[in-house]
Design a protein. Structure first.
Length: 554
């Protein structure tokens, strides 16, 4: 079939292949089904399970849960569909890939969008002439004048473009928009991390693809990052590179096209090893840039964004200044940062515009004449305040530490009232104008943590938990409770005790607290046999955590 046609897996063949290997699929999906006694918290994203109710029955190879209402249990394909929010046809492909049975996948180019796959497309769907032809068209020069980056760049003849799944869609599958040629650029960072950026281009390679508007009426972005492992490190500082990035002097530009224009203007210096040109993908990438060890001078070829309203106003210059402030505080390279801006004040202009509209030599002149960064008094004060606030957060995190959590990201942050609360990651917001991706966090509670396991070895082994909390006055208090209370009535007793001790919450933070407490497995332990539990030596007396005694009735 031609590249880009629909992929599929035959049902009978994939059912035979997965039989007996269902546990391999569960493991690949990250479902800790072996930890159930017998139940675990339901892993389905749509089930807010506060009382562990999901279990996998190995003998029947079926999943059981209170959320399964359309049938008695789920088979392995049902599990995949719910975990990946997709339909049966896509689930069959996912299972085949997880089993490494790509031989069962028929049709289509089979092109994945992770960095390694994008940088190594199928031979019958690859055309490495696409990236230089696209860059030549954007810069307005001949293809043979385009300098090749030292990082990898490849072309894909036909790559599918998908919109996110529709909120009210029945299948939950990404929506196919169409297929376009694509230029893919490898990006790297000083610590060795690798990623990739893809640009969907027009069929004649003369510019970016016209993708139309999505269902919300917004123009689709032809530039997309490769698919990133959500559990992997950030790739914000990764760059496309012309020359040796471990050079004494590097020029960092925002966007591949701008950097290509700069690389053309400094071709001689790059070839002689005198400097390197790097492309941060967005303004956020410039802020996150980390220099290589040999670098002593960084010139930021910033976009002049003075004609943009709102968050886009002076975004390029602000990113350059934020980078300079951060590197100065970290003493990252012991060198200097210079900021070059093209065009006239008040305009929206970049170095690609300058290269095309005026003179490539002007790109060199402005960059070579860039002044060193000098922070303003306001920037210095803001930076000092940032350092103080980070120290305060570090102190709270040390006093109320939280363990690593599964499927939940939390951290301490300052509130609008300058208090330190626990925040939970709510989602990711993308600025369509600048391309920056921003994490959205919401406050959930005042500090708590530093957990201790309370172990009673009386007639029946019992587990309790001691939690240290920060009260409304700033003091530290402790709360003791039995773990058996957590699944009872939404842990109302535990939540009440936390509130009584002075813990404050927002945005439904009570349930986030309970979610954290359910996962906690402290290494510190206190034997509290003499503090609570049944004491037969004193005549069948039960001592509560609060010290009250109850005698068994005769």
């Amino acid at each position: 079939m031609p590249a880009g046609s629909e992929r599929f897996v035959r049902t009978r063949e994939i059912r035979a292949a997965v039989k007996g290997r269902e546990s391999d699929i569960l493991d690949a999906l990250g479902i800790a089904w072996r930890n159930g006694r017998p139940h675990i918290t339901c892993p389905y994203p749509d089930h807010d399970d506060h009382d562990p109710s999901w279990r996998w029955h190995a003998k029947s190879d079926r999943a059981f849960c209170t959320c399964i209402t359309d049938r008695k249990s789920d088979g392995i394909f049902d599990v995949v569909m719910k975990m990946k929010a997709t339909g049966f046809d896509a689930a069959k492909i996912i299972v085949a890939e997880l089993l490494r049975r790509n031989d069962l996948i028929e049709g289509g180019s089979g092109q994945k969008t992770d960095p390694q796959s994008l940088l190594n497309p199928h031979a019958n769907n690859r055309d490495d002439a696409i990236p230089p032809r696209y860059l030549a068209a954007r810069l307005g020069i001949a293809v043979d004048q385009i300098p090749s980056p030292s990082t990898k760049m490849v072309g894909i003849d036909s790559l599918a473009y998908f919109d996110a799944p529709l909120k009210n869609g029945k299948s939950g599958k990404p929506v196919l928009v169409g297929h376009w040629p694509c230029a893919v650029f490898e990006t790297i960072a000083a610590d060795g991390h690798q990623h990739a950026q893809r640009i969907y281009v027009s069929t004649d390679y003369s510019g970016k693809a016209e993708l139309g508007q999505d269902t919300r009426g917004r123009q689709r972005d032809p530039k997309k990052s490769a698919q990133r492992d959500p559990k992997g490190p950030s790739t914000a500082g990764c760059c496309v590179v012309w020359g040796n990035p471990d050079s004494e002097h590097v020029i960092v530009a925002e966007g591949i096209e701008n950097a290509a224009a700069v690389a053309c203007s400094f071709r001689h210096e790059i070839e002689n090893g005198e400097l390197a040109v790097l492309s941060a993908i967005t303004a956020g990438g410039i802020e996150a840039f980390v220099p290589w060890p040999a670098t002593r001078r960084i010139t930021v070829a910033a976009d002049r964004d003075e004609g943009k309203p709102g968050a886009g106003f002076k975004r390029g210059e602000k990113a350059a200044r934020n980078l300079a402030l951060r590197l100065a505080s970290e003493a990252a390279n012991g060198g200097e940062v210079l900021i070059a801006l093209p065009g006239q004040p008040g305009a929206t202009y970049d170095f690609l515009d300058l290269f095309r509209d005026i003179d490539p030599d002007q790109v060199r002149n402005i960059i070579l004449a860039a002044p060193p960064f000098r922070p303003t008094a306001e920037e210095i004060e803001e930076f000092n305040n940032h350092g103080r606030r980070q120290s305060e957060i570090k102190e709270i995190a040390g006093a109320f530490p939280l363990p690593p959590l599964i499927g939940l990201r939390v951290e301490y942050r300052h509130t609008e009232t300058d208090e330190i609360w626990l925040y939970r990651l709510k989602g990711i917001r993308e600025d369509r104008e600048t391309g920056d991706r921003t994490e959205v966090w919401e406050a959930v509670s005042s500090p708590f943590g530093k957990f201790v396991l309370l172990l009673s070895s009386g007639e029946h082994l019992a587990h309790g938990l001691r939690v240290h909390v920060r009260t409304a006055t700033g003091a530290v208090d402790t709360i003791d409770f039995m773990r058996a209370e957590l699944p009872q009535l939404g842990a109302s007793g535990v939540r009440s005790a936390m509130m009584s001790a002075g813990v404050r919450v927002a945005n439904g933070g009570e349930m986030t607290i309970v979610e954290i407490l359910k996962q906690v497995g402290p290494s510190d332990c206190i034997d509290v046999t003499q503090s609570f539990g049944w004491h037969h030596s004193t005549g069948d007396v039960f001592v509560t955590l609060g010290g009250k005694q109850w005698r068994r009735s005769k």
